[in-house]
Design a binder for this molecule. Structure first.
Ligand SMILES: Nc1nc2c(c(=O)[nH]1)N[C@H]1C(S)=C(S)[C@@H](COP(=O)(O)OP(=O)(O)OC[C@H]3O[C@@H](n4cnc5c(N)ncnc54)[C@H](O)[C@@H]3O)O[C@H]1N2
Ligand code: MOO
Length: 449
């Protein structure tokens, strides 16, 4: 169930569905494999409309650009900082689990058949080795406490009673070994608990801690820098005198974080070519994201600066609405630049078309499974380009939202996803591919970053 014009139709060798193994090759000790090198774009004159890349191909190019980069070394991060990252080394148990024979219940550790004489001192969780039991002896024990040597079973509190002489009787039959968790029941030291490529969830953090880890070895978070261009932008207050509020400065950093990036800097550059040149050449981020200045107006400095620094344009315009002037360039060996158009919804389109596959691949996250839903109403198409339309998901339908113009955020702010509408449009009831917004899937991606 995949909409026409989507990844499913792309030739197999061009698929941007990232194999985690393949992605992790970027961080392994193995020699650098540049097989995925992105071919240079067709040498067509700047400004020609037909050089624009088809939407699905642009996404593939962005993912492949990330794969073609030099290896990034794995890093060790404290458990508290590891949520959402991907294991770059297998999680091998550093201890047996449990690491000692443990009581599974509150009750008594007993030795031999009852009734039993009960020791005065009980055994609590966290206590060092308790005294061994002798036959006919019992000791109060808490869940998680160490089992004394020579214990035959644990009798649950609710299954025992003490008589007037203080002797303990079982009120039901007990089985040898019952309610004792033997050392190593879950794993032995050295057992592989999780393989390379596993996404670190809250449960993985818990397992890692239980297995003795303080830090985990992970694929490093890609570092992103945001450069907001435009002299017309205000950082606060109401729009006035032809000036407008900067909508992208507040929107992009958390969105990039939700896509797996660490945002190292957000800078307002204005329409100053010199400042932009300095910011781009001085950046050591994995990804520079610029906003505005892509279209070729009098103060659109992005293309000229990329040309000046000898950057390789991998995508120069995409057959998608909104956002068609978006671009992707390789600025240096281990750095890319995504140029987002200034119109805010066009910038979202660029973010999901180019930045998402690039960051996802660098972060070694698997590609989301493509899925489709029928549209609740017809959506007018562009004659040649894909359209991305904000939708809400209601039951088993995608409901297109109004206010989906390139300069509008009102639709996307209420949306669950973007529907991919192929050239020519989609009929009511037609299946459309959906791009989930990172916070719409139970907030999981957002809290993972
Ligand atoms: N002659 C042509 N003009 C334009 C074309 C074209 O093909 N030929 N394409 C249009 C399309 S489509 C888009 S999208 C925009 C892209 O423009 P730029 O990337 O050069 O961006 P700017 O010109 O700087 O800004 C466009 C628009 O967006 C507003 N803007 C910019 N930054 C922000 C921000 N941070 N927050 C809110 N709004 C922002 C800016 O004020 C402009 O209104 O070009 C069309 N033109
Ligand atoms: O591509 Mo522009 O984004 O239509 O407005």
């Amino acid at each position: 169930m995949t909409a026409p014009g989507t990844r499913a139709e792309a030739p197999a060798e061009d698929s941007d569905d990232l194999d985690v193994e393949e992605a992790l090759a970027l961080v392994r000790e193995a020699k650098d494999d540049r097989a995925g090198q992105v071919p240079a774009p067709a040498p067509e004159a700047h400004g020609e409309r037909h050089k624009a890349t088809p939407w699905a191909q642009a996404r593939e190019t962005a993912a492949r650009a990330a794969r073609a980069r030099p290896r990034r070394a794995p890093v060790a991060v404290p458990l508290g900082d590891a949520l959402g990252l991907v294991l770059a080394a297998p999680l091998d148990a550093l201890t047996d689990l449990p690491s000692f024979d443990t009581s599974a219940m509150d009750g008594w550790a007993v030795a031999g058949p009852g009734p039993w004489g009960v020791r005065d001192e009980g055994v609590l969780a966290g206590q060092a080795q308790p005294e061994p039991l002798t036959d006919g002896e019992a000791v109060r024990i808490a869940t998680g406490a160490r089992i004394p040597a020579d214990t035959t079973a644990v009798l649950r509190s609710e299954h025992g009673r003490t008589d007037t002489q203080g002797r303990l009787h079982a009120t039901r039959e007990i089985v040898h070994g019952q309610d004792i968790r033997p050392r190593g029941q879950e794993c032995r030291s050295g057992d592989q608990l999780l393989p390379v490529g596993t996404r670190i969830t809250p449960a993985v953090l818990g397992l890692a801690a239980a297995a003795g880890y303080d830090t985990v070895t992970v694929v490093p978070r890609p570092r992103a820098e945001v450069l907001v261009l435009g002299d017309e932008l205000l950082a606060e207050g109401l729009p006035r005198d032809g000036l407008i509020r900067d909508a992208l400065g507040p929107m992009l950093p958390p969105w990039l974080q939700a896509l797996g990036a660490e945002v190292v800097k957000v800078r307002r550059i204005g329409d100053d070519a010199k400042a932009l040149h300095k910011a781009v050449t001085g950046s050591d981020a994995d990804l520079i994201v610029t906003t505005g200045g892509t279209a070729g107006g009098p103060v659109d400095h992005v293309h000229p600066i990329l040309e000046r620094i000898g950057a390789e344009l991998l995508v120069d315009g995409v057959k998608v609405r909104p956002g068609h002037p978006m671009l992707l360039a390789r600025t240096k060996d281990a750095q890319h630049l995504v140029g987002l158009p200034g119109n805010p919804l066009a910038a979202v389109s660029g973010l999901l078309t180019l930045a998402e596959p690039l960051l996802r691949t660098l972060a070694a996250h698997p590609a989301p499974e493509p899925y489709t839903l029928p549209l609740s109403e017809a959506v007018q198409g562009h004659p040649y380009d894909t359209r991305l339309i904000p939708v809400v998901l209601r039951g088993d339908r995608a409901v297109p939202l109004h206010y989906n113009g390139p300069a509008m955020l009102r639709g996307i702010a209420a949306a669950d996803a973007l529907a991919v509408v192929p050239p020519g449009g989609a009929r009511q009831g037609e299946e459309a591919e959906l791009l989930d917004l990172p916070w719409a899937t139970a907030g999981i991606e957002v809290c993972f970053t």
